[in-house]
Ligand binder design. Structure first.
Ligand code: ZN
Length: 234
């Protein structure tokens, strides 16, 4: 480009020389490069997703909370609990809120997380019903119980069932506690036990069928189905 304009002449001097176009025998092609990975011709969906959404730090309780087949509302409450975000009365009082200290389930002790889910006679009646039937004696405090749930049995069906019971019991107890605070409705432990059994049986039915179908397609038929394991105990 020729010009007498001094400004454009100065600009031309500053710009690098244009590279000559390299002619090639082969056609141009697209290549997708994600992060430090080598370029590939096929768009790498999974690698791109992981690059844009880096996975968080792995936690030891992941399988106890988000196990395959979990009931979403139960898993969510367990996750809130794992993050120590349940607003029990002892916490609210520490924040300066004027709320009664006593446990609404038994009225005999102050409400704390440890009391509500482990030491309370009401909660114990719910949780123990299932543990006695399973002939198990798990730890009676939060963190040790969570660790125990990593592998509470050598039977994979029982592991799943125990995790379902843990989450469903926690959910039912927390809901009963809230129901007593916000309304005058209160139910006995037997009502919660019955409700928990119905919920788990409803969830296990389709889960058991899909596991059986997967096992049949891979020619690894288990001797006892998930549902049969549940029915043999409850
Ligand atoms: Zn209590």
């Amino acid at each position: 480009m020729r010009t007498r304009n001094p400004l454009i002449q100065l600009l031309k001097q500053c710009l690098p020389e244009a590279n000559p176009i390299a002619f090639s025998e082969s056609d141009d092609m697209f290549a997708w490069k994600v992060g430090e990975l080598a370029p590939v011709q096929k768009f790498p969906t999974a690698a791109t997703w992981k690059y844009l959404h880096p996975p968080g730090e792995s936690v030891s309780w992941h399988k106890q909370v988000w196990f395959s087949g979990h009931i979403p509302k139960h898993a969510f409450l367990t996750w809130v609990n794992v993050r120590h975000r349940l607003t029990t009365r002892d916490r609210m009082r520490r924040w300066g809120l004027q709320v009664p200290a006593s446990c609404v389930l038994c009225s005999s002790q102050d409400e704390s997380h440890q009391h509500l889910f482990f030491d309370c006679s009401y909660s114990d009646a719910v949780w123990s019903h299932f543990m006695v039937k399973l002939n198990l004696q798990p730890p009676r405090s939060f963190d040790p119980l969570l660790s125990w749930l990593t592998r509470p049995s050598s039977n994979s069906h029982l592991v799943l069932i125990i995790r379902f019971i843990y989450q469903a019991s926690k959910y039912a107890i927390w809901r009963e506690r809230n129901s007593r605070i916000h309304s005058s409705i209160s139910r006995p432990p037997e009502a919660l036990i019955s409700e928990i059994k119905d919920l788990i049986r409803l969830r296990l039915d389709p889960l058991s069928r899909s596991l059986a179908a997967a096992a049949a397609s891979s020619s690894t038929n288990p001797s006892v189905s998930l549902m049969a394991t549940w029915l043999s105990i409850f």
